[in-house]
Design a protein around this ligand. Sequence first.
Ligand SMILES: [Fe+2]
Ligand SMILES: [Fe+2]
Length: 486
Amino acid sequence: MNNLFNKIRSWTRYFLLKLVKDLTPSESKKGPVIRESKNLFQKEIKIPAFISFMFTIIAVYGMLVIGVGVESKIMFAALIFVVATVIFFVSQIQNKERDILEDNDTVVLMCLLFITAILTFQISKEYLSPFVSPVSAFSIMAAMLLSLRLGGVYAVCLSLYMAFLNDMRFDIFLTMLGSAIFVVANVHTIRRRSDFINIGAKTVVANSVLLTMFYFIGIYSSFQLKYNLFYGVLNGIFSVIILLVLMPLFEKVFSRTTNIKLIELSDFNNFLLKRLMLEAPGTYHHSIMTADIAEHAANAVGENSLLARVGSYYHDIGKLKNPMYFIENQTSVYNPHDSLNPEMSRLILISHVKEGVVFAKEYNVDNEIINIIKQHHGTTAMHAFYHRALESGLCIDMEHFRYPGPKPSTKIAAVIMLADSCEAACRSIEEHTTVRIKDMVEKIINNKFVDGQFSVCPITLKDLELMRDSIVSTIMGIYHARIEYK
Ligand SMILES: [Fe+2]
Ligand SMILES: [Fe+2]
């Protein structure tokens, strides 16, 4: 009991501190607010997490009371139920998804999903049947937009709400929970919007199996079974409609990068990738190779390999501005940097990161990809131009010849940084033997590590080891295939 009180006290303290922090104007918030983007959907939502939580609790409690009846005893029971659910929900986030509480945008999304779900359930129950309530659709949305774990938490909480709204009926709770957990467990199979139809079909199958089970254990009569089965099928159809309508809306408003969005971004008919293919073919080829290497390395450390692949496609799109100033696009022996001073060359190299961010924002590429573009060089030094500056007699600090950063802040950004450098470096190896490739990859990883490029990234030495092995094996695969079929 004491333990529970301590937990409640620490959560309350955490929320109050967060509220005070959110409401206190920081240095950067003083003065006029400059919006980088003109797009309404890309503006940050500035609602403190505590306010979002409180609003959601009050709204959900209000809807629950309207649903079950305004009577003092029931209202008190609803209050206990809401408090218990909030404690369960927050404990799940507090333990494993702490990052979510740091991001106001995500908290608003989380709360909005909950309110929309409860509102939809009330309407379904009022006008059709509780079995039409699309618990699986909202659980899938939570799994895709927030995290797989939260998808499961939503499934439990929303099924409990459905049971409470319907006189604590166990059959409703189990049917909703069973179908929601079944589809959330299959969330990884969703790669296209058309896969939502499969989700609808899986919901129908799960509903039908569970409802038939209740018939066999004598809870339903055959008439009730037919009646509930009809609404169980309607639930699947309703879930598909909800997913098709609400998912793109939430993705857009909250700038969430789902697998569906990534697949759409990886389409080579996409305007930016097409331009890269035509205007900077060398960079395009380098990006494809980097994507292969990064995808496998991300898999090796348990990260989203699709994000690694798509991030790699876009990491160098800034080179579209001046493609000929980058070695992979130079076809003749002429190098335009020969006629430039090292300072100009430095500025051109740095600009490809900034231009990449500008292009990505202009073409509505997601924030997660934009962060990869920003971080793919970290604060690494441009050694070649630094040495040229020294040779030409300039006494310049090495720090001046570093990319401005930021350093990679996620494992995926670190994976792409390494895949990018290793791909470029291994091209220059004359003979692609395992030993040479391994030496080169090891050298690059060690240099980046010693240079402090992973100082703000939650990466371990074990991860670096796994990445090294994966990068070596993918590069070996690429060059082995070329030698074989040459
Ligand atoms: Fe780059
Ligand atoms: Fe690159």
